[in-house]
Design a protein around this ligand. Structure first.
Ligand SMILES: Nc1nc2c(ncn2[C@@H]2O[C@H](COP(=O)(O)OP(=O)(O)O)[C@@H](O)[C@H]2O)c(=O)[nH]1
Ligand SMILES: [Mg+2]
Length: 327
């Protein structure tokens, strides 16, 4: 059976958080038909706790030997992240939350080639999946931070995903948390706006809303106003096929324009830190050295969670404690 899949499957799945030799991945599966990567993994290894998984084309299909540039999609649940991944892949590898199918519980990486460069697109758990049966918001934040910290080659591009009609305050908070605080504003960020299939000109949305992003301090390196669905099939073709094809090219061009060749490994964020006032007095009297330091309040990124991300202090403290345990 395994040999059958090994020979036929176009993709290889690497499970992260499990000690495996990358040249001998655990599974070879086919992503065609109803079998999505997520289903296959959860069915196959229910006894293991997964941090995430990466779906890569077989080595024979990869462009060059360079490690892929990591592109991380993030945003609220239901904004279309998994649909964007599927659009870029040209398959249904990532489970979307429509039609009774599962939503994204763990992050997953999908390898694609754009303009002869390898990119690994990371689909992540939605940041507000707090309802019953879904990933609580805290867990989703911790998972995303773990993913960012675990990318050994660094992060090349963050993509903030949202659905029209408008950008929300919670979106601004997520932007500050991941871009400004966790990535210390050192990783480029781009915006994808979905849900624009009914617009005569999808790009007009940007012109109408640009000011709001500016007011929110969400300054991006590029954007794409798109639809990530094809719509219903009528007379043998999908009603938004044209917009969908155009959208795929837009997102590819955006990635090509915005990604950073020098990927940035994420430094550990100082969630709690004592501020040391710079009052050092050094007196050399014979062999002694007296150093006086004045210790201020506990500050650090925890403060930003409250003041810039609008989190209640109690929640911010709990989250910061959890995040500070991430290696
Ligand atoms: N109308 C419309 N629906 C979309 C678009 N992109 C995604 N969806 C739908 O929104 C739902 C959530 O999409 P999904 O990709 O799972 O969102 P995720 O939670 O961010 O991964 C699904 O039913 C998708 O079909 C879009 O551009 N327009
Ligand atoms: Mg999803």
């Amino acid at each position: 059976m395994e040999r059958y899949w090994r020979e036929r499957a176009p993709y290889v799945i690497h499970i992260t958080g499990v000690d495996i030799n990358p040249s001998q991945p655990l599974f070879w599966i086919s992503l065609s038909g109803d079998c999505t990567a997520e289903h296959a993994v959860t069915h196959g290894i229910t006894n293991l706790k997964l941090d995430g998984f990466i779906v890569s084309p077989k080595p024979s299909l990869v462009m060059d030997e360079q490690p892929p540039f990591n592109v991380v999609l993030f945003g609220e649940s239901g904004c279309g992240k998994s649909s964007i991944v599927n659009m870029l892949l040209g398959s249904d590898a990532a489970a979307t939350s429509g039609g009774g199918r599962g939503c994204t519980f763990q992050s997953a990486g999908y390898d694609i080639v754009i303009g002869k460069k390898n990119f690994r697109i990371h689909d992540t758990a939605g940041l507000e999946e707090g309802e019953k049966g879904r990933v609580p918001a805290h867990d989703a934040i911790v998972q995303l931070y773990k993913l960012l910290r675990s990318l050994e080659d660094g992060v090349s591009l963050l993509v903030f995903c949202m659905k029209a009609p408008r950008v929300k305050k919670s979106g601004q908070h997520n932007w500050i948390l991941f871009h400004d605080i966790m990535c210390q504003s050192k990783v480029p960020i781009a915006i994808v706006v979905t849900g624009l299939e009914e617009e005569d000109d999808m790009d007009e949305w940007w012109e109408d809303n640009e000011d709001v992003f500016r007011e929110y301090g969400m300054l991006s390196h590029g954007h794409a106003c798109i639809t990530a669905i094809r719509g219903k099939k009528k007379n043998g073709r999908f009603i938004f096929q044209e917009e969908y094809d155009e959208s795929k090219v837009k997102v590819e061009n955006m990635i090509r324009k915005c990604y950073k060749v020098e990927q940035r490994r994420l430094d550990k964020v100082q969630w709690f830190r004592r501020v040391l006032y710079e009052t050092r007095y050094e007196h050399h009297c014979f062999w002694t050295e007296i150093i006086k330091e004045e210790v201020g309040e506990i500050k650090g990124a925890l403060d930003d969670l409250v003041s810039r991300c609008g989190m209640p202090e109690k929640d911010a403290k709990l989250l910061a404690e959890e995040l500070s345990r991430v290696p």
